[in-house]
Design a protein around this ligand. Structure first.
Ligand SMILES: NC(=O)C[C@H](N)C(=O)O
Length: 328
């Protein structure tokens, strides 16, 4: 045991207990208090604790993700720190993990974890998840990987993982590709590498005026028009199936692109990529001809964060198109 890791606590259910007056879970455990439940950790690594925040993850926004990225950068620049673990609420964990994945470039492991049951519940899974995350973080096999998410003894790539269930301990899944590996007997075992590594976006600022709209049958274009008039710099459309929208939205998309707003298309299907397969009004071919940028197999919430970072770095159309269509 000669490795040293930083553990950054941000909040989430892993830091919560039931409040007697509310009869509901609220943040209440500090990093030090959570760590007291993790047995034998000192046999695995030296630990430096940072109580970054104590927030439920629905409170987390891209500015905080950016601040967190800078904090992690300050740790990975230190010679005495070998890896960084971040605890986070599960509701937006995949978003923070992917944001960090795009923004940070390091060979040192960065691992996010959380819990589904709070500290007042039977079977609190925070300590075991944190222990597994530390085991993954200290492994030399975790070097030069993407940002990792470790939950329920499984290891996922930030790019691929999503929260799939409101309750269960195995809620985090890479629905399309499966886990990268597992944590077994305190060691990480990798089965495969990430399918397509994320590009590095070294943005020094973010563009916050970027939004996500999900298509539904008969989608009212008033919502899209509102975002144009609101001055949106980017709009991600979570489209139907292979990447299609209702024909009634096409004039608004045309107007937005004419104003220089970057429109990124992903699918509301949990698996598969978007492509310009369909030639009808509102079909992918028409959207591609109009200048809509195709976002591969990213889900909507991740495509939004990628656009927030990419536009913060360079709002040139060709750069944005390339980073979404060629640099998946
Ligand atoms: N399991 C969790 O952490 C969910 C919680 N609502 C959060 O994201 O903060």
């Amino acid at each position: 045991m000669d490795k040293k890791i930083a553990i950054i606590f941000t909040g989430g259910t892993i830091s919560m207990k039931i409040d007697d007056d509310l009869s509901a879970a609220v943040p209440s455990l500090s990093g030090e208090e959570i760590m007291r439940h993790v047995t034998h950790l000192d046999e695995k690594a030296h630990v430096e604790i940072n109580n970054f925040s104590a927030l439920p993850s629905p409170f987390v926004n891209p500015e905080m993700m950016f601040d967190l990225a800078l904090l992690i950068e300050s740790y990975i620049e230190r010679d005495d720190i070998d890896a960084v673990v971040v605890t986070h609420g599960t509701d937006t964990l995949e978003e923070t993990a992917y944001f960090l994945d795009l923004r940070l470039k390091t060979e040192k492991p960065i691992v996010l974890t959380g819990s589904m049951r709070n500290g007042s519940e039977l079977g609190y899974d925070g300590p075991s998840n944190l222990a597994a995350a530390v085991c993954a973080a200290v492994s030399d096999y975790s070097k030069n990987k993407e940002v990792l998410v470790v939950m329920n003894d499984e290891v996922f790539a930030a790019r691929e993982v999503t929260k799939t269930h409101t309750l269960t301990l195995d809620t985090f899944q890479s629905v399309e590709f499966g886990p990268l590996g597992i944590v077994d007997h305190n060691e990480v075992i990798y089965y495969r590498n990430v399918t397509s590594p994320s590009p590095h976006i070294p943005a020094e600022e973010i563009e916050k005026n970027v939004h996500l709209l999900k298509m539904t049958a008969g989608f009212d274009k008033a919502l899209f028009d509102y975002l144009i008039d609101y001055g949106a710099k980017g709009i991600v459309i979570e489209a139907f199936g292979r990447g299609n929208v209702p024909p009634t939205l096409v004039p608004s998309i045309k107007r937005a692109i004419g104003l220089g707003i970057k429109i990124v298309l992903v699918s509301r299907c949990p698996q598969g990529r978007v492509l310009d397969t369909y030639g009808y009004d509102g079909g992918g071919k028409m959207l591609s001809d109009l200048g809509v940028i195709f976002g591969g197999s990213l889900n909507g919430q991740k495509a939004r964060l990628k656009l927030i970072l990419a536009l913060g770095y360079n709002n040139d159309y060709d750069y944005i198109k390339n980073i979404f269509e060629n640099d998946l």
